[in-house]
Design a protein around this ligand. Structure first.
Ligand code: GTR
Length: 342
């Protein structure tokens, strides 16, 4: 099951082995032949973020909705804080049916499904409203649907704001300032190519290890949105934040196709409806969180600088060409660009 694009099974933590054995997913025993609509239980989900983060809250909102609509027959339990492993690991586990739901950034999906690459292109989205317009359109639906052959049902797309660079060394104002910096990236070849094209050195590290790597000087910096910069406490160590806003890559909520197939068609509709409704709740919480995070940074010792984006964007052309190769990907990129205002 799952795709050959996934590496061999995630190793390590006992909890992850339990997951691979199907220990946390909606029980197969509940799905007796002919009894699909009576399926009951808690859908399990994983998230790299802490329990109070907007993505976790949005999936819990979805769970409450499911519980209300089914009289408690269905619900969701989110394992937050990355306790079940990196996003790459939990995605693999989800595709095998060891977890029902997984909220991830598009970055770890890049190596799973090439149709996720257009959303991860640097400077492809001009603003948050532009990104929302795109993901709310048929383009969002197409990209979500492309995950199914990999054992993943794309349920909805959440915000992730704009990612900017931060580091322990110096303010970044032009691409020249990036020369030689060791910058952490998520597990995505596109991110590696982006950093290298800017003249820095990309170091792929799971999100949960970034704080320690910064503190120990293993890396000089990283890049992320305002809420993650604050909640992961990276700002305590990396005190130069440069507003490149190079990525507005969104996030995805996916469901294991194995778990999905155990639901009755009515429950599948309900899960889709709950996911759709959770997007509005997520955006509300997200916007509040961005404001809060900016206030935290303003009151901290972080030096924030604005950046002229054009010189950075100009260096991204080869990256676009390297990763956008199929007619389907090109069509998505064209439609994204056509939805710009400017
Ligand atoms: C966050 C995102 C996470 C994860 C993390 C990272 O903004 O919400 O899903 O991708 O960035 O940089 O790994």
């Amino acid at each position: 099951m799952g795709s050959s694009r996934f590496s061999s099974a995630a190793q390590g933590a006992v909890s992850r082995r339990r997951l691979l054995a199907g220990g946390l997913a909606l029980s197969a025993a509940a799905a007796l032949p002919g009894c699909k609509s009576r399926m009951s239980g808690l859908l399990t989900g994983a998230d790299a973020h802490p329990a109070d983060y907007p993505t976790v809250k949005a999936v819990e909102f979805m769970g409450q909705y499911l519980a209300e609509r089914t009289g408690g027959r269905l619900g969701i339990k989110v394992y937050a804080g990355g306790q079940l492993g990196s996003e790459t690991d939990t995605l693999e586990i989800t595709s095998f049916g060891g977890l029902d739901l997984n909220r991830v950034n598009f970055a770890p999906l890049n190596s799973v499904e090439p149709m996720t690459l257009p959303f991860s292109l640097p400077f492809v989205f001009e603003s948050v409203p532009h990104m929302r317009r795109v993901v709310d359109s048929e383009v969002g639906e197409e990209v979500l649907a492309a995950m199914e052959p990999h054992g993943l049902i794309g349920l909805c797309i959440y915000d992730s704001g704009a990612r900017s660079f931060y580091n322990t060394r110096r303010a970044i104002r032009t691409p020249d300032d990036m020369a030689g910096l060791k910058l952490r990236v998520p597990a995505s070849d596109l991110y590696v190519a982006m950093i290298n094209a800017l003249g820095a050195n990309a170091v792929p590290i799971p999100f949960g290890e970034v704080y320690q790597s910064l503190a120990q000087g293993v890396i000089d910096g990283a890049e992320n949105n305002w809420p993650s910069f604050v909640s992961a406490r990276h700002y305590e160590v990396a005190t130069y934040q440069s507003l490149t806003e190079h990525l507005l890559t969104p996030e995805a909520l996916v469901m294991s196709k194995i778990s999905w197939d155990r639901l009755s068609p009515e429950d599948q509709d309900l899960v889709r409806e709950a996911a759709r409704l959770s997007v509005g709740e997520m955006r509300r919480l997200w916007d509040l969180r961005v404001t809060e995070a900016k206030a935290t940074i303003a009151a901290s010792s972080v030096a924030v600088n604005e950046v002229e984006k054009e010189p950075f964007a100009a260096l991204m052309r080869p990256v676009w060409e390297q990763f956008i190769t199929t007619p389907q990907q090109k069509s998505v990129v064209e439609r994204i660009l056509a939805m710009r205002e400017g």
